[in-house]
Design a protein around this ligand. Structure first.
Ligand SMILES: Cc1ncc(COP(=O)(O)O)c(C=O)c1O
Length: 395
C-alpha cells in the first residue's frame, strides 16, 4: 500500500508499460488527422526545456522574458506577453482593447474568437459580435467589411471597435493586400485590428513573407506555439508596450498569470527553431492528400493552402463515419474526424498513403456494389461548415 501522495499519484499515472505507452502515443499521433494540437513534445524538446530559467513569471522569468522579447521583435511590435492558450490570448486582447460599451467586434462567421471560444467576447468583454459571411466564401474583403461595419453614434447601434481577422482560417491564407486594405479602412475610422494568428507561421512559411509584414496591419496579434509548431502549451500576445502592460493585468485577473513558465517558453523557442522549418514539408503532405483524394473522385471543399484539407466523399457513395470506422480498424489505425483533415509535423507519409488507400478501397467496394458516381453539384468550392468536434475521440 502506497504511503505518500507522491507514491499514490505515481502509481496512478505510471503503469509498467508507461514508456511503451508513450511510444505508442507518438505512433498514434503520427496517424491522427483530427488536429495539429495533438502533436506531442519530443525528448529533444524536453531536454532543451530543462535548460530554462526557474523564475516565477508573475514577477519575472528570464527565459519567458527572452521569448516575449523575441516575439515582439518578430512581429515588429513593442512588446509581447506569454499566454496559457490561444483562447486566453484572443480574449484578453479583446478585453484590453475594449473600454466603454456599447461596442461590437466584426469578424468572419467562422472565426475562432466568435465560434469556438465559448462565447468569450460576450462573457469577458460584454461585446456584441458582427459575424460576417465572406461573399467570396474564402476570406473577408474590404467591401464585406464596409457593408457590415457599424460606425457613428446613433443610439440604436453598437459601434464596431475591433475588426478581428484570422490567418490562416481553416488552413486558408488571407491575401495580405486585402488585410492591408481592411486595416487602412479600419484605422481611418479609429477601429482596432486584432489578428488571431494561431497559425500565422504557416502563412509565413508558405508565402515566404516575414511574420513582421504579416503583422504590420494589426494593433494586436495572438500567435500559438501549441498547434502547428508542436510545443505543448502556450501562445503570445503582441502589441504596444501600453497594450501589453494592460493585457498583463487582465491576464492576472483572468487567472492566467503562471509561475515557473521557463520550461514552457523554452519548449516554444525549441519549436520555433526546429519545427517552423518543417512547415513547408507539412504543407506538401497536405497537398498530397488533396491530390490523392481528387484522383479517387472525392470532392475537395477547401484546398490544402497550408496544413488542412476539407473533403466530401459523398460523390463516391461514402460517408465520414464509415471511412473513420474502416481507417480505425486497420492493424495500424488512423484517427479521423469528419470533413477536415489536418496534417502536422508528426504526420507520416505512410499515414497519408494508408488513408488514401482506405478511400480507394471503400470507393471500389461501393462501385462493385452498384453505386454510380454522381457528378459534383458545383464546380466551385463549397462553403464549409467545419465540425471541430471529432466524431470519435482519440483513445
Ligand atoms: C485559429 C485558432 N485560434 C485560437 C485557438 C485557441 O487556442 P487554444 O486551444 O490554445 O485555446 C485555436 C485552437 O485550435 C485556433 O485554431
Amino acid at each position: 500500500m502506497a504511503t505518500t501522495v507522491a507514491d499514490q499519484v505515481k502509481l496512478d499515472i505510471l503503469s509498467k508499460t508507461h514508456t511503451s505507452d508513450n511510444e505508442n502515443k507518438l505512433k498514434e499521433i503520427a496517424r491522427t488527422f483530427i488536429s495539429d494540437t495533438v502533436t506531442v513534445p519530443t525528448k529533444e524538446m524536453y531536454a532543451y526545456a530543462t535548460l530554462a530559467t526557474l523564475g516565477d513569471d508573475v514577477y519575472f522569468d528570464p527565459s519567458t522574458a527572452a521569448l516575449e522579447a523575441h516575439i515582439a521583435k518578430l512581429t515588429g511590435k513593442e512588446a509581447a506577453i506569454f499566454m496559457p492558450s490561444g483562447t486566453a490570448s484572443n480574449q484578453i486582447a479583446l478585453r484590453t482593447h475594449l473600454k466603454q460599451p456599447p461596442y461590437s467586434i466584426l469578424c468572419d462567421h467562422r472565426a475562432h474568437v466568435y465560434k469556438y471560444e465559448a462565447g468569450g467576447a460576450a462573457f469577458h468583454s460584454g461585446a456584441a459580435v458582427t459575424a460576417v459571411i465572406p461573399s467570396n466564401k474564402h476570406h473577408l474583403t474590404l467591401s464585406d467589411v464596409e457593408d457590415n461595419v457599424v460606425i457613428g453614434a446613433e443610439i440604436h447601434s453598437t459601434p464596431t471597435e475591433i475588426i478581428a481577422l484570422e490567418n490562416t482560417l481553416n488552413g486558408t491564407i488571407f491575401p495580405q493586400s486585402e488585410i492591408v486594405a481592411i486595416s487602412n479602412y479600419a484605422h481611418s475610422h479609429g477601429i482596432k485590428m486584432h489578428l488571431d494568428g494561431a497559425r500565422i507561421w504557416h502563412v509565413a512559411a508558405e508565402t515566404e513573407t516575414s511574420v513582421k509584414e504579416l503583422c504590420d496591419p494589426f494593433d494586436s496579434i495572438s500567435l500559438c506555439f501549441s498547434k502547428g509548431l508542436g510545443a505543448p502549451i502556450g501562445s503570445c500576445l503582441a502589441g504596444t508596450k501600453e497594450f501589453v502592460n494592460r493585457a498583463r493585468w487582465f491576464r492576472k485577473l483572468f487567472g492566467g498569470g503562471m509561475r515557473q513558465t521557463g520550461i514552457l517558453a523554452a519548449s516554444a523557442a525549441y519549436a520555433l527553431t526546429y519545427n517552423f522549418p518543417q512547415l513547408k514539408r507539412v504543407h506538401a503532405l497536405a497537398k498530397k492528400l488533396e491530390v490523392g483524394l481528387e484522383e479517387i473522385g472525392a470532392e475537395i471543399l477547401s484546398r490544402a493552402e497550408t496544413c488542412m484539407v476539407f473533403y466530401d466523399p459523398s460523390s463516391l457513395g461514402l460517408d465520414y463515419g464509415e471511412i473513420a470506422d474502416r481507417a480505425g480498424a486497420l492493424p495500424d489505425p488512423l484517427f479521423l474526424g469528419g470533413s477536415r483533415l489536418v496534417v502536422h509535423i508528426q504526420t507520416t507519409e505512410a499515414a497519408i498513403e494508408d488513408f488514401l488507400r482506405v478511400i480507394k478501397e471503400l470507393a471500389e467496394e461501393k462501385r462493385k456494389a452498384g453505386f454510380v458516381r454522381s457528378e459534383s453539384k458545383s464546380s466551385k468550392l463549397k462553403d464549409i461548415y467545419v465540425r471541430r468536434i471529432p466524431e470519435k475521440p482519440i483513445q
